[in-house]
Design a protein around this ligand. Structure first.
Ligand SMILES: [Zn+2]
Ligand SMILES: [Zn+2]
Ligand SMILES: [Zn+2]
Length: 442
């Protein structure tokens, strides 16, 4: 089940809401309980998986009530059927009920510090979710319990227990963290490196997911720990040459940029003004230093804050960014969802539309791709009534460097509807090597 406050990346102002989307259907606050009862009695569902999103954006009273109803109506006090519970602690900031359910799940999180402290049992999780804020809270807790660096690191070892293991660790990283009262444009997201390394080691993490998030309810940084020189400070947007190489190794690092603003913008664009520069072109080299891996997959799924320049330039810039470090032994896959209008441009002299080509360096692969994504336009402040399934058609463009064992697959997707509506096959005869023609031929 998916329970979410529908959130648009462009919708920067936060307004408390008294409705929610349950499995992509808009439900008013007074209808939530009847709907849950209906699911329980008429349909008799046994809920195994609950994902909530952005519940903290709801009205306070509604948020607390929804949290309690999810526990009482959907999960039940013994939590017999639940296997996955994601995001609920954003509504309560960690409570006893949530901590109890954490012990029953195979996938759980993001966990608040109070829940982490209850995890003294031994258990192998399929997936645990943590936030950058948790790293800070752990660092400050250990500092508060100790008199010097040595004691602090000893405390860290006792706080992260090896009785817990998890196959995949999902780290939620907020892009707009700042000190209380500070200008939101200031860039603040240091993380205590030793806390991250200890978690990765003690929990025996095999692969990772990094979710870059534009806003979360944990946007205020704790700065206490920065007063002490115990912990190394890292950020994924710092110059990579300053980032120490970890000795660990992971099967796979998956990066989600669906709710990112700055990371997406800076990956696809290197010509931004200095004052806005956030250094995310260092993102991939930093990942390979902090979370060493030979396999990175990424999704670039929306267009907010990315200037709509043409597809050729866009592909060249992405190639420039991902090869900045001259990577070795790396397989990198990026899913890139684009609007059809960036594949053509208007010639101002002839006033005719021209089709753009494929950027140099890329080789088209035979493989045809498609996928479905749920989305819907926002109508004013009201949010969508329903979410529609859109089919996207994709083609794979590859850059291969066999000497350094680097393979980069850029899978570009365009909405099927836009392809059908906006392109006339006659124009392809004029532009046989155009980018978009590859979406129509075999
Ligand atoms: Zn709770
Ligand atoms: Zn700072
Ligand atoms: Zn073709």
């Amino acid at each position: 089940m998916k329970i979410e406050y529908a959130y648009n990346i462009e919708d920067i102002i936060i307004r408390p809401k008294d409705y929610i989307y349950i499995n992509y259907r808009k439900i008013n606050h007074q209808n939530v309980l009847p709907y849950f009862i209906f699911l329980n009695t008429a349909v008799g569902v046994k809920v195994q998986k609950i994902t909530t999103r952005k519940l903290w954006m709801l009205e306070d009273k509604f948020k607390r009530r929804l949290h309690d109803l999810i526990h009482s109506q959907l999960i039940g006090s013994n939590g017999k059927h639940i296997q996955t519970l994601i995001g609920l602690e954003e509504a309560c900031d960690g409570c006893e009920n949530c901590a109890n359910i954490a012990q029953k799940c195979l996938e759980y999180g993001p966990l608040r510090f109070s829940t982490l402290q209850t995890m003294t049992y031994s258990k192998n999780y399929k997936k645990l979710h943590v936030t950058d804020k948790l790293f800070e809270v752990i660092a400050e807790y250990c500092i508060s319990k100790s008199k010097n660096k040595e004691e602090c690191f000893k405390e860290l070892k006792n706080t992260i227990l090896a009785t817990i293991s998890c196959d995949k660790l999902a780290i939620w990283i907020c892009e707009t963290r700042r000190e209380d009262g500070e200008d939101p444009m200031r860039d603040h997201m240091h993380m205590p490196r030793e806390v991250i390394d200890t978690i990765l080691r003690k929990w025996n993490v095999k692969s990772l997911k990094l979710s870059m998030l534009h806003i979360t309810n944990e946007y205020v940084c704790s700065v206490e720990w920065l007063q002490y020189d115990y912990f190394t400070r890292v950020r994924l947007n710092d110059p990579y040459s300053e980032t120490k190489q970890s000795e660990l190794k992971f099967n796979h690092v998956e990066v989600s940029l669906s709710y990112s603003c700055y990371c997406v913008r800076d990956l696809g664009n290197r010509e931004i003004s200095v004052s806005e520069y956030r250094g995310f072109d260092n993102f991939i080299p930093n990942i390979r230093r902090i979370f060493p891996t030979d396999r990175i997959t990424m999704d670039l799924s929306h267009w907010f804050a990315v200037p709509e320049i043409d597809i050729e330039k866009k592909m060249s810039t992405i190639l420039q960014v991902v090869t900045m470090e001259k990577p070795q032994n790396l397989s990198l896959d990026i899913k890139f969802f684009v609007e059809s209008r960036i594949v053509k441009k208007l010639n101002e002299e002839t006033e005719k539309e021209e089709l753009l080509g494929v950027a140099p360096g890329y080789v088209l692969q035979k493989k045809r791709l498609h996928c479905f994504k749920k989305s819907s336009p926002f109508i004013g402040e009201q949010g969508p009534k329903v979410f529609l399934d859109n089919k996207w058609i994709g083609r794979r463009f590859q850059v291969e460097d066999t000497v350094h064992q680097f393979t980069f697959n850029l899978d570009v997707y365009i909405k099927e509807k836009e392809l059908e509506k906006e392109f006339d096959k006659v124009i392809f005869q004029e532009y046989p090597n155009s980018f978009v023609r590859h979406f129509f031929c075999m």
